[in-house]
Design a protein around this ligand. Structure first.
Ligand code: TYM
Length: 353
């Protein structure tokens, strides 16, 4: 049996973004910008997770458009699809197959604890889709299909990544005899490390510093969309909720001022510095001075991405070709993992497929 198994990669990154419209500054600073940086040191796989999107009903034509738009945002932000893999999830059927197996590994009690399900399902839990409940097992499948070692995400995904580790560990334990018997060491799936770092792991709403910036907030003023014009960006920052005090001179003092802390974090992330550095620059200055500086910085960073996204959206054949090519490359890895997993689990005929 030796030689049949793929060896475990030591530095593979996987992450995903849902094509559900309104990509915003939180998605960019919390995730996409990190995706770009990790390309230097890791083999990266970036996925537009359209199968996750349909856990809540999506208009089919919009889903196609949004899938292209997230892809365009990846490329416009600096992800290189010739060096790394960019694809949309539904083109690689193995994601669904591994998710099924993980549905049988994960426990109801684990999923019952997921706060994101509770938030998204709201009061009408009986009416939520089964997919929305089992969503985290699909996410674990996304990551472990490629046996990824590192997953860059915003803070809101932390619990899902802990669950991914629990699933990997239980699978490794449940099938330890098969895994060891094939001379593959003790661990088939790695215990993936989350990469949640920097000053903007949780970008907050511009209207309420205690709420996360989100695609689904009914107020468009609450978020900066990657498709916003320079004027819109400046207007939204001008109108962002703040308090009347000038900027604090210490991080501790900022903690009691969520709106101010959020804007400082955004500035730091856009500038690639730290909250401390921003405070040193602006301590004691009023928001009437800080906000225009933030608006200029945000426009300078986002405008080139915005115009490249628009250009790519006008050439969607090119975007579709990138996804098709990425899917072919992803499938090569995914199909190998699934062959092995089928055999580990005891599905007859696994090798012949
Ligand atoms: P999604 O599509 O909601 O968000 C994409 C990424 O953006 C991050 N993010 C934020 N970061 C900081 N501040 C915010 N306000 C903010 N809002 C969103 C998210 O943390 C995420 O990194 N379940 C995932 C998609 C997914 C995935 C995966 C991620 C599916 N499979 C496998 C990693 C690995 C989600 O819904 O992200």
């Amino acid at each position: 049996m030796n030689g049949f198994y793929m060896s475990q990669p030591s530095n593979r990154v996987f992450s995903g973004v849902q094509p559900t419209g309104n990509l915003h500054l939180g998605n960019y600073l919390g995730a996409i910008r990190k995706f770009v940086a990790l390309q230097e040191s890791h083999d990266c796989i970036y996925c537009v997770v359209d199968m996750h999107a349909i856990t809540v009903w999506q208009d089919p034509a919009e889903l196609v458009r949004n899938t292209r738009e997230v892809t365009a945002a990846f490329i416009a932000s600096g992800i290189d699809p010739s060096k790394h893999i960019v694809f949309n999830q539904s083109q690689v059927g193995e994601h669904a197959e591994l998710a099924w197996i993980f549905n049988c590994v994960a426990r109801m009690g684990w999923l019952n604890r997921m706060t994101q399900f509770k938030e998204k399902a709201g009061k009408d839990r009986e009416n939520a889709s089964v997919g929305l409940f089992s969503y985290p097992t699909l996410m674990a499948a996304d990551i472990l299909l490629y046996r990824a070692t590192h997953v860059p995400v915003g803070d809101d995904q932390k619990q899902h990544l802990e669950l991914t580790r629990d699933i990997a560990q239980k699978f490794n334990n449940d099938f330890s005899a098969q895994i060891a018997g094939f001379g593959h060491g003790e661990q088939y799936f790695p215990l993936t490390e989350p990469v949640i770092e920097g000053p903007a792991t949780r970008v907050m709403s511009l209207r309420d510093g205690t709420k996360k910036m989100s695609k689904s907030d009914p107020s468009d003023l609450s978020r900066i969309n990657l498709t916003d014009s320079a004027d819109d960006i400046a207007k939204k920052i001008r109108k962002a909720k703040t308090d009347p005090e000038p900027l604090s001179d210490s991080i501790d003092a900022l903690k009691a001022r969520p709106e101010a802390e959020n804007l400082v974090g955004i500035y730091a992330a856009l500038e690639d510095s730290s909250k401390q550095a921003v405070i040193e620059q602006f301590a004691g200055k009023p928001f009437s001075e800080f906000k225009p500086a933030l608006a200029d910085l945000a426009v300078a960073r986002l405008e080139p991405i915005n115009s490249e996204m628009r250009r790519l959206m006008d050439h969607h054949d090119h975007v579709d070709a990138i996804l098709a090519n990425g899917a072919n490359r992803a499938r090569e890895i995914a199909s190998q993992t699934m062959k092995e997993v089928r055999e580990i689990v005891g599905f007859l005929g696994a090798r012949a497929r």
